[in-house]
Design a protein around this ligand. Sequence first.
Ligand code: IVH
Length: 683
Amino acid sequence: MEAGEAKKRIEKLRAAIEYHNYLYYVLDAPEISDAEYDALMKELLALEAAYPQFVTADSPTQRVGGAPAEAFRTVAHPLPLLSLNNAYDTGELMEFDRRVKKQTLAEPLTYVGEQKIDGLTVALLYQDGVLVQGATRGDGLRGEDVTANIRTIRSIPLKLREKIPGRVLVRGEVFMTRDSFQELNRERERAGQPLFANPRNAAAGSLRQLDPGVTATRPLDAFFYDLLLWEGAASTFPATHWEAQALLKEWGLKVNPYSRLCASIEEVVEYCREWEEKRSTLPWEIDGVVVKVNSLALQERMGTTAKAPRAKIAYKFSPEEAFTRVREIQVNVGRTGVLTPLAILEPVRVGGSTVGRATLHNEDFIREKDIRVGDVVVIRKAGEIIPEVVRVVPEHRTGTEKPFIMPARCPACGAAVYREPGEAAVHCLGASCPAQQKEKIIHFASKNAMDIAGVGPAVVNLLVDKGLIKDAAGLYDLTAGDLVGLERFGAKSAENLLAAVERSKENPPERLLFALGIRHVGEEMARRLVGHFRDLDRIFTATREELVAVPEIGEAIADSIRRYMEEAQNREFLERLRRAGLKFKAEEREAVAEPLEGKTFVLTGALAAFTREEAEEALRGLGARVTSSVSKKTDYVVAGENPGSKYQKAMDLGVPVLTEDEFLRLLADLRATEREASQRRDN
Ligand code: IVH
């Protein structure tokens, strides 16, 4: 290629690359693929290598260049970079508004609300549209010259999109997104390097690298918010901050898309509230909102104090993290009997409220974080989320801190507690533990257990809170006199409830066994156990060996039943149920072989005539086992609409498959046979 032609091509490529950089980094709306972009870059690099006389500092190939510095040079800012006064509540924003209004003339007063990015300030100087200097804020008058590092940040244009004569100074914030920060820390952890504490520190540490080659590998980004100087502008300098932001964007500088033009301080307050609430949903961290008078003439007129402009204010969010001390670790018993440790803290303000307690989840959480009573801890409350202990600050330890020990007895009722191997939760075993009682009664009365109509959560709450019952056995002592007159009870509803309680005494023992809510003893297991032992007392006195000898009854179930019976409270509870007249023994039945005894069924797909539960019930009523997966031991698979992989498995294994029609016919035939048999018996 001839030199003149190469020069033209180089210029064309640069313009194209800058355009695509702008689309990608500033507008976040790329038009070409990464591969196409890479191809342009590769061609430019090759041409510049062949024609080094055409390489310029503002070429997109020149982002990383130059050797590491010994130390940063400091440079004077063309204008002082001021800081901001803070407002900590809406009252202070209203005061700010009053001060502004005093200086306002006839012009309409509007504000711009902007997210206050938690990063670090940079000032960029463009000379005739070309980036010539990037500096940190420093003391506001002089900052560190980080130009070489700034140049490595992809979203910062080395050249403005228009050739702007003279000097332009813009102020912005360099930051790292939360995702990039986490990714960077993961890499550092793998490499055994110290971790950054937060995205802000990571951004600052990355920008202040002496070797720009290192900065180039760090995922930095930047937003620009203030146009501080535009020498060549004369009559074209924008009249408002809002217009200035639009101009920055046109020039190719990235501006925060969430800035808002507000017609009143009320709208500003609304903007502040909105982002205080939604801050955790943003990809970057913000620590407040910056409120700016929109009119630049008014900004000018209001002037500055020694440190800050009077026409801008930072509304600071309450921090999401705070230090405090653990006064005590309490243990609460939840509705399901799980013991949950809770840190009682010296109250601190964090995340917009005062926090005095934080859940510690379970024993393992406390051990992992090594949280002790007396420790200084970092707590975090982000958005709506409940406060959490993030970590202990071991530097504050005095040696008097006390490690936490999970109590061996339930703090609510004194019963023994139990931790299932492999699970984090510790359960209270007490049957009459007040913390668990309501939940247990609700389960006891529920449809698939004792089916006592009218005894749901609201009624159980009422009865327990009024002291009328303490446990499910108490239901059988209720009288009409107890109920009538309670809110939601009239004579009729009291009568209905008592009738339902009375009827429940007729339930077969397998229902009662399930209703007890013994861990691992679900409906199916209760049925099996009663089917085998025929009498609850035999189940409760059975040895572990006798229990595990029952098909499908494993060690976990056996142990759970044994543990239940070890509690004296539970034994007393059962005695009261017995005295109330509940059935502990299965009805005597003649030992007729059930027609499907020994057969295993698997159901798949949707049945038209039954719910899944009804179909299972019907099969079990005829003595069949119903399991959930198909194996060689499966006798039949019943396939409804859209059967799943179980159908395929049955086909593969050669297990017979029944359609719904065939299944219905089978049930009808078997039931008819049973009826005939029982009629014969009765005659
Ligand atoms: S305006 C005269 N706007 O907050 C001060 N600052 O606490 C002009 N910051 O040093 C600053 N986002 O580093 C402004 N949208 C924003 C900002 C912002 C973050 C930082 C900036 C400043 C600090 C003041």
